[in-house]
Design a protein around this ligand. Structure first.
Ligand code: HEM
Length: 404
């Protein structure tokens, strides 16, 4: 990457087809995320835009408010508390029920978990064949969004565009089936189709919402789950503390009794482990914005049409906020105020702050509830793990699972 000028923690370069300013300064980063109204709108790459369509990142102002409001009513904390949480627990119990004695690739399992649980919440009770064919298409779509936008048969981008066309066909058929039926469902699609809901969306917007939900909670939840499993394996004291927390919740319940909101709220150390994992193994290195008019930032003018990369990875390792920043220390998050510290932008900030934060943390927590109370595990030798620029185990992360 060519850096042709540099002012402290702000650099200028050229990337994704336009001049780009990169900021690693937490104050400036927060300012950018808090000030979309000044003309700093999301500026994600063309491959993402072209495959995902007119999704939430592509709308601003009042349209963004309406689309975000609708999303929050589906994936936000109130829906989680009142409707979604027991469904997640039910899913995790069944997903994890027969792992005893197996060597599994936890990267692959976490990916399936994140996708299937999200799909079940969006459209319940569809046959397994539907889930599997949708999963394959979705994987192509996802890979296309993080590829160079070269539209040529055989490229990942091309496959992503084709997969998106097929996903559209499937979702349109599903919508037509639901509209023609009098059976009601307890899922996101039913809520999106209800005309007495606060947010009336047309069919195109409903399809975008479904894709947004599936896409946003995919790599974020799956990779974090994989990394939590890895960190807990490597830190037995933390694993013991997580186990104690989950057994103390479990011992007060009958085996078939599902986790409640109150139980989930007691999982404070588990939450700390998830936040510490996100801090050290960043699934999201930062946010991309583009200027829709000239903007003054830290005394400099950024012209209209430039991109701005809010690079938050560095502030996650700030030794003043996180002493011994490279050490995995979940206990630090039990300190009051750290989660709400202004330098903590693990879930973004401002009007785009992640609406699925609580749902994402809950999915990982309930996965762990079933996992640590039923199994112990050993990481098989020889797995390679990369944490930059993406968190990925290129050949999988294999673990040997036995009954606890
Ligand atoms: C560990 C889990 C997760 C992490 C680390 C995470 C992180 C983030 C971050 C950093 C942003 C800000 C993006 C920006 O400002 O451009 C964001 C936005 C978003 N997230 Fe999440 N996320 C997670 C889980 C989820 C889940 C489970 C869902 C949905 C069920 C979700 C839905 C969204 C949506 C729709 C946005 C866009 C909001 C907007 O533009 O108004 N996320 N997330």
């Amino acid at each position: 990457m060519c850096l042709d000028c540099r002012y402290g923690n702000i650099f200028k370069t050229h990337a994704l087809g336009s001049p780009m300013v990169i900021s690693t300064d937490p104050e400036v980063n927060r300012y950018i995320l808090m000030n979309e109204a000044k003309g700093l709108v999301p500026g994600y790459p063309d491959s993402m835009k072209n495959i995902l369509g007119v999704n939430i990142a592509e709308v601003h102002g009042s349209v963004h408010k309406r689309i975000r409001g609708s999303l929050l009513s589906l994936v936000g904390p109130v829906a989680l508390r009142d409707q979604v949480l027991p469904k997640i627990d039910k899913f995790m119990r069944s997903f994890l029920h027969n792992w005893d004695g197996k060597t599994i690739d936890i990267q692959q399992k976490s990916t399936q978990m994140a996708f299937f649980v999200a799909l079940e919440l969006v459209v319940e009770n569809e046959p397994i064949s539907f889930h599997e064919s949708f999963e394959a298409l979705f994987e192509n779509m996802f890979t296309g969004t993080i590829s160079l936008p070269i539209k040529f048969p055989g490229t990942n981008y091309y496959k992503g565009l084709k997969a998106r066309e097929k996903v559209d066909v499937i979702l349109k058929m599903l919508l037509a089936k639901r509209k023609a039926s009098s059976v009601t469902h307890d899922d996101n699609l039913q809520q999106l189709l209800e005309h007495d809901s606060n947010y009336i969306l047309d069919d195109e917007e409903i399809i975008e919402q479904i894709i947004t939900i599936l896409y946003s909670g995919y790599e974020t939840v799956s990779t974090t789950t994989m990394m939590v499993v890895k960190y807990l394996h490597d830190h037995p004291k933390a694993l013991q503390a997580v186990r104690d927390e989950h057994f103390s919740i479990k011992q007060n319940k009958r085996p078939e009794e599902l986790i409640t909101w109150d139980d989930y709220k007691k999982m404070t150390f588990t939450r700390a482990v998830i936040l510490e994992t996100l801090r050290l193994a960043n699934v999201v290195n930062g946010e991309l914005r583009r200027t829709v008019n000239d903007i003054e930032l830290n005394g400099f003018i950024i012209p209209k049409g430039w991109r701005v990369y809010v690079y938050t990875r560095e502030s996650n390792l700030d030794p003043f906020v996180y002493p011994e920043p490279l050490t995995f220390n979940p206990w630090r998050w039990l300190e009051k105020g750290l989660e709400s510290h202004s330098y903590n932008m693990l879930f973004g900030a401002g009007s785009r702050i992640c609406p699925g934060k609580e749902q994402g943390i809950c999915k990982i927590s309930l996965f762990l509830h079933s996992f640590v109370t039923n199994y112990r595990w050993e990481v098989v030798e020889g797995n390679k793990l990369l944490t930059f620029p993406r968190v990925i185990a290129p050949k999988g992360l294999h673990i040997k699972v036995t009954k606890y």
